[in-house]
Design a protein around this ligand. Structure first.
Ligand SMILES: Nc1ncnc2c1ncn2[C@@H]1O[C@H](COP(=O)(O)OP(=O)(O)O)[C@@H](O)[C@H]1O
Ligand SMILES: [Mg+2]
Length: 270
């Protein structure tokens, strides 16, 4: 592996148990400090790719190498390697996946749990963990909401708590699956610029999926276009041409996606 690489996928394929081939042959290296955006239609394989990079899916073909750990799957010590990899990988989700009735601080503290064994994690976290969590809330501009239940926060604020929780893991890699899909444009800009600034300041690599090409161009320093489980573009935003976008979004010009067309014809139960 190159010294700057964090994760390298080599000809990775992922087929689900039902036979759906979500990833075909993905070769990709995520480098330190880069902010990479995944673009692609629904069903292109973005979520599967993010989960595979995080080791939540074992590839059915090819290899995943992680800096400092070597090949993730399979073999002796896979569970230990996975635990270490996930501990250093922050995840941010479209629907934030926070505990709504708990405070922002309690949610951010969850980010520290990966550092402890199951039994230890049942006991109160240390003062140092509390300090790290408060620092993270401060960095996303929500220190004044530390004790507020998440359910009382706006969508953008919740997503910033999600960023703080991932940051509390002190990750080397941030993965984000459509982090702005439920937000209005102003909150989207706020969340993306915050995420990018924090990642750049801390040298954290980021891989995030987005639906909007304009946001991808504005914030990404690398764009990866996926279609049908293949990478069909990988380069800086300036190199992304209309021709590449036509390929990434090809199906959209051919009417409804096949699964939507099928859904329309499904007989209703009587
Ligand atoms: N848990 C699953 N089981 C079976 N098939 C799945 C599962 N998750 C996703 N898929 C299928 O894998 C393909 C890629 O899906 P996904 O990775 O969710 O794409 P995207 O995030 O780009 O919308 C799609 O055909 C989808 O239907
Ligand atoms: Mg998805």
């Amino acid at each position: 592996m190159q010294p700057s690489s964090i994760v390298t996928l080599d000809q990775v394929g992922m087929t689900y148990g039902n036979g759906v081939k979500a990833l075909e042959s993905i070769s990709l290296t995520i480098n330190r400090g880069e902010f990479a955006v995944l673009l692609g239609l629904s069903g292109a394989g973005k979520s599967t790719l993010l989960r595979t990079v995080n080791g939540l899916h074992a590839p059915t073909k090819g290899t995943i190498m992680v800096d400092g750990l070597g090949e993730l799957f399979p073999g002796m010590g896979t569970q230990k390697r996975l635990r270490s990899h996930r501990q250093h990988t922050g995840m941010i989700f479209q629907h934030h996946q926070l505990l709504e009735r708990h405070s922002a601080l309690q949610n951010v503290l969850m980010g520290r749990l990966g550092y402890y064994s199951f039994w230890r994690s049942l006991f109160p976290l240390s003062e140092q963990d509390q300090r790290i969590a408060l620092d993270c809330l401060e960095r996303v501009g929500l220190i004044d909401k530390a004790l507020t239940p998440v359910k009382a926060l706006s969508g953008g604020q919740k997503q910033r708590v999600g960023i703080a929780r991932a940051l509390a893991q002190q990750p080397q890699l941030m993965l984000a699956d459509e982090p702005i899909a439920s937000l209005d444009p102003a909150s989207s800009h706020k969340v993306l610029s915050l995420l990018r600034d924090i990642c750049k300041a801390d040298g954290i690599a980021a891989l995030l999926s987005l639906h909007q090409v304009d946001f991808a161009r504005e914030y990404g320093d690398r764009i990866i276009g996926l279609a049908h489980g293949h990478i069909i573009f990988d380069g800086p935003p300036a190199a992304l041409r209309q021709h590449d976008l036509d390929q990434i979004y090809a199906d959209q010009t051919n009417g409804p996606l096949p699964d939507l067309a099928l859904a329309d014809q499904t007989p209703q139960p009587t």
